[in-house]
Design a protein. Structure first.
Length: 132
């Protein structure tokens, strides 16, 4: 069943890699704000890693419209990827600079505009292992 069959617009809810043979995966939230394009590459990253792992996670795009909401949802910038409610960036717990901004990540490759692929993979595997 597609997102549109359920009445939810694809930008708000979609199942990634919804192949019949794929295992059901965890909830993945991608938080972003309008005006920062980095969430598009984050969506592609989650889709690719999920396919490689054989999961069909429940991916939800969450638009953060203002600073008040950013503080309430602990938004560290766009994109923020959470798997099972936990930010994939291992350093995120050390931060409290919640705001509408494009997020930068310190990775082995340097400072980049999306989380490290390894973080996403480990978060997906950890969450699926916790559910199983």
């Amino acid at each position: 069943m597609s997102s549109n069959d359920r009445g939810a617009p694809p930008e708000e809810h979609r199942e990634v890699g919804a192949l019949e043979s794929a295992r059901r995966g965890p909830l993945v939230e991608i938080l972003y704000f309008d005006g920062c394009p980095n969430h598009h590459t984050a969506i592609a990253l989650v889709e690719r890693v999920s396919r490689e792992l054989g999961f069909a996670p429940d991916v939800r795009l969450v638009n953060v419209p203002d600073d008040e909401t950013a503080a309430r949802v602990r938004f560290l910038g766009s994109p923020t990827i959470r798997v099972g409610g936990v930010d994939v960036d291992p350093r995120s717990e050390e931060r409290s600079d919640y705001a509408l901004s494009c997020r930068l990540f310190q990775t082995e490759a340097g400072i980049v505009g999306q989380p490290d692929e390894r973080w996403v993979r480990e978060a997906l595997l950890r969450e699926v292992g916790a559910a199983g």
